[in-house]
Design a protein around this ligand. Structure first.
Ligand code: FAD
Ligand code: NAP
Length: 315
């Protein structure tokens, strides 16, 4: 890959894939999407998506994303399954640093590395991660068929995954630290109306414990300091996400472009960052609605801007 790419897209979720579709279809040549896993992004972990316009019926995130990569490759998008460690810029050319030492140069870059599940920060969380503690209900829910599980969190993910797990597990305890949920009202109603979901409000996890086989229980504490032990083999944590911004960190520790205090990329309405030719789209940008539809919209906007930027640069 010695030729300078017109555009390098980092990340292959809804934002990166849409950027890939629009850049290639819009006339850029040599566009590569660097995605370390299978394309699709974090929505492929979702058991149900019901708010993507025009897509009705019960479908999973995986179902939704399945056709996107093929649609992109039809127009010439190339997927490189590699982990990008850093993006840097010298004069007018960007360098994409790939794990293992390879580098690739590009005239423009669209960052779309999304976000990852956050840890809640209680005793036993790291020790039992992957041995009874999970952040993915679709991946691990079936291990707890006809068993009881605890969910920590009070946002859309926690409530939607509670509904999913309630269909597999005998009982779901939904533990939230406040007395109101940060979730769509319709979802809250569905959770409240599900018989095998017990809602526990104003409580936080204190400790997850277990034995050599894995988790055997969790101790939670309410705001008055009262503790309660719930004996379960599985604990699911859905307490939000952190932005994947590591690839923008330079050798001297600074970020390549301006970021806010939460580590999100500052962009304008055209998804332009503070560095000419560098765009950011999807969950990693400031004020992202964190939706598939908005990530895809960002990807399209960033792609149109990248096309104009490259046209001007090379004219
Ligand atoms: P992501 O989907 O996070 O994709 C980023 C991609 O970048 C990933 O594939 C990752 O592997 C790749 N990547 C990261 N770093 C690197 C690197 N260094 N090198 C190479 N590749 C890299 N939204 C809705 O609209 N409706 C829903 O019902 C809904 N349900 C959800 C349920 C769950 C469980 C979760 C977790 C999220 C849900 N969301 C939902 C939110 C939605 O998934 C995100 O808003 C959307 O996926 C963001 O897209 P993105 O392209 O910005 O990032
Ligand atoms: P979120 O909206 O940030 O909610 C995180 C939840 O975890 C909050 O209820 C928070 O409590 C709680 N929490 C945070 N840290 C905690 C800790 N250390 N211990 C205990 N609880 C903790 O995250 P999310 O639910 O993953 O959603 C992320 C984004 O994706 C949101 O914008 C969401 O709307 C979107 N999303 C959308 C859909 C959909 O549209 N159907 C589905 C899933 C996700 P507080 O409420 O007290 O802050």
């Amino acid at each position: 890959m010695s030729k300078i790419l017109d555009c390098a897209i980092i990340g292959g979720g809804p934002a990166g894939l849409t950027a890939g579709l629009y850049t290639t279809r819009g006339g850029l040549e040599n566009v590569v999407m660097f995605e370390k896993g299978m394309p699709g992004g974090q929505i492929t972990n979702s058991s149900e998506i019901e708010n993507y316009p025009g897509v009705t019926g019960e479908i999973t995130g995986m179902d939704l994303m399945m056709p996107w990569p093929a649609q992109c490759s039809k127009f010439g998008l190339v997927h490189e399954m590699v982990n990008v460690t850093r993006v840097s810029k010298d004069a007018e050319t960007f360098t994409i640093h790939i794990e293992g030492g390879e580098t690739v140069q590009a005239h423009s870059v669209i960052m779309a590395t999304g976000s990852r599940p956050r840890r809640a920060g209680f005793k036993g969380e790291e020790e039992f991660f992957g041995r009874g503690i999970s952040t993915c209900a679709t991946c691990d829910g079936f291990f707890y068929k006809d068993k009881e599980v605890v969910i920590i969190g009070g946002g859309d993910t926690a409530l939607e995954e509670a509904l999913y797990l309630a269909k597999i597990c005998s009982k779901v305890y939904l533990v939230h630290r406040r007395d109101t949920f940060r979730s769509a009202p319709n979802t809250v109603e569905r959770v409240k109306n599900t018989k095998n979901i017990e809602i526990i409000l104003n409580a936080t996890p204190d400790e997850v414990y277990g034995d050599t086989m894995g988790v055997t229980g969790i101790r939670i504490e309410d705001k008055d300091g009262h503790q309660r032990d719930i004996e379960v083999p599985g604990v699911f944590i859905f307490v939000g996400n952190d932005v994947n911004n590591q690839t923008l960190i330079q050798e001297d520790g600074s970020f390549l472009c301006d970021m806010n205090e939460a580590g999100q990329v500052i962009v304008d309405l055209s998804m332009r960052t503070s560095v000419p030719g560098l765009f950011a789209a999807g969950d990693m940008r400031i004020e992202a609605p964190k939706q598939v539809i908005s990530a895809a919209g960002d990807g399209a906007v960033a792609a149109l801007q990248a096309i104009s930027y490259v046209d001007e640069l090379l004219s």
